[in-house]
Design a protein around this ligand. Structure first.
Ligand SMILES: Cc1ncc(COP(=O)(O)O)c(C=O)c1O
Length: 456
């Protein structure tokens, strides 16, 4: 029998385990341990070098209510003492309460949820639900999307460099362009474009066999890691109408954009459209315990009372995660965090736009709520991107990583290492005006390190 023995946990040993015994996500494996986070509170976190830094990313847009919330910690502890988890074939109280809450806070008749461990599984679930409900396989996705790191969710992550190494298996996916007005793939300008991205979508649907063949279309409502892309007002109503006409389910991924991030419960509330399936994770528990969910409209839910729902997981509806989510959802409402995101989001956008006056390396600034991105360019007139799309998979200098490093030195993290040319800022929804001013001041200074890449 192998023995565990003692495991030294001084800094030096921990750094070694980090480098020799772990895989780090989406990267060349580092030769040096990253900084170790020892605690986090509110909008700040402390690392083992003794420094406190500002979290301007909410940990990949998950810790929406901020770190160390005592109400949530207590709720998780209470649940752990009673029942941490049990086989999902039996019911548990927080799972049922959460399911009812999700019905209340999501739009339209979205009402029946499958509760997962995170966003990837929520999207895998959504795809299976969609295919099983429609009896069809084909999916439409959009370029510059990220929906998750496994089979089907990776297959619909079209154009994200993270999907290039994926084994896509049997998922049949056709990608269409995003409503990415700053870099319109049709070379048009909004609104004179008359929404050519939607016209093109309809043509692709017809070419792919229309209602006979296509099960669903999957979109991030506001695209996150691939560039904070906020569609124009007519986009989702037009997409909804086309999906209805062709009998295609509209699946919206609100993993990043949900739970108040954009100043509404879900980003789609800005468009007043009801998807057939909606997925969520991250902000559902604000990262206190891993959790996600896929919620469906009533007709889909009803269908599966007479048809087999062929999916499951040991930890589906995990009691600890559900207890965390129930408390977190109440915190959004009680502390008026979504209202705060709307007001402070407008302020963050305004302050971010002012950065353009001082930094020619910023080509565009856009966002919705506390979800704002700076798109970096080499040339503002030609819009030449600061880094080519495939730079991430090449080893070596990447100006965005220089920016990320400088931000860290100055005392802040933002989402600077994502696959697009966009640096995203997404502070926790509890942020104050002073926090925003501090973050913008740090970003202002940090951008100096990459300004020289821009041609005036
Ligand atoms: C829009 C979107 N969908 C899905 C995922 C995958 O979620 P998870 O990392 O919880 O598996 C992410 C993760 O960043 C995301 O941004």
């Amino acid at each position: 029998m192998r023995k565990i023995g003692s495991i030294a946990a001084e800094k030096e040993q921990l750094d070694t385990y980090e480098v020799e015994n772990l895989y780090h996500s989406w990267s060349y494996q580092p030769g040096k341990s990253p900084l170790r986070v020892v605690s986090a509170n509110g909008v700040r976190f402390t690392t083992d070098d003794g420094r406190e830094r500002l979290d301007f990313s909410s940990c990949f847009v998950s810790h929406n209510i901020g770190h160390g919330n005592q109400r949530v910690i207590d709720a998780v502890c209470r649940q752990a003492q009673k029942l941490a988890s049990f086989a999902p074939t039996l019911a548990n109280e927080p799972r049922a309460v959460l399911a009812k809450m999700l019905e209340r806070i999501t739009p339209g008749d979205l009402s029946r949820s499958f509760i997962t461990l995170g966003g990837t599984e929520a999207n895998e679930t959504a795809i299976k639900l969609c295919q099983q409900y429609t009896g069809k396989r084909k999916l439409i996705s959009r370029y510059r999307s990220y929906h998750g790191g496994t089979g089907a969710s990776m297959a619909v992550s079209s154009g994200d460099p993270r999907s290039w190494a994926a084994v896509t298996g049997r998922t049949e996916v056709t990608a269409v362009p995003q409503p990415y007005c700053y870099r319109c793939m049709f070379g048009k300008t909004y609104p004179a474009c008359e929404m050519q991205c939607v016209t093109y979508l309809e043509e692709v649907i017809q070419l792919e066999g229309g209602s006979d063949q296509i099960a669903g279309m999957m979109c991030e409502t506001v695209t996150g890691a691939n560039g904070i892309i906020v569609p124009p007002p007519e986009y989702f109503p037009m997409v909804r109408e086309i999906c209805d006409r062709y009998g295609i389910l509209l699946i919206l991924d609100e993993v990043m954009s949900g739970f108040g991030r954009t100043g509404e419960w879900f980003a789609i509330d800005h468009w007043d459209v009801v998807p057939d399936i909606m997925t969520m994770a991250k902000g559902i528990t604000s990262g206190y315990v891993p959790l996600g969910a896929a919620i469906t409209r009533k007709a889909i839910g009803d269908h599966f009372t007479d048809a087999m729902f062929s999916h499951g997981a040991t930890y589906a509806g995990h009691a600890l995660g559900c207890a965390a989510a129930v408390e977190v959802v109440r915190v959004y409402e009680d502390d008026q965090l979504i209202e705060n995101a709307a007001v402070l989001g407008a302020y963050l956008l305004e302050k971010s736009r002012e950065l353009m006056d001082r930094h020619p390396v910023i080509g565009d600034v856009r966002g919705l709520g506390l979800f704002v991105g700076l798109e970096l360019v080499r040339n503002r007139k030609t819009r030449e991107p600061l880094i080519p799309v495939d730079a991430r998979i090449r080893k070596g200098i990447n100006p965005k990583l220089e920016l990320a490093g400088r931000l860290g030195e100055l005392g802040m993290i933002a989402m600077a290492a994502n696959p697009s040319n966009v640096v995203a800022m997404a502070p926790p929804l509890i942020a104050t005006k002073d926090d925003i001013d501090e973050g913008i001041a740090i970003m202002d200074k940090a951008l100096e390190v990459i300004d020289h890449y821009a041609e005036e």
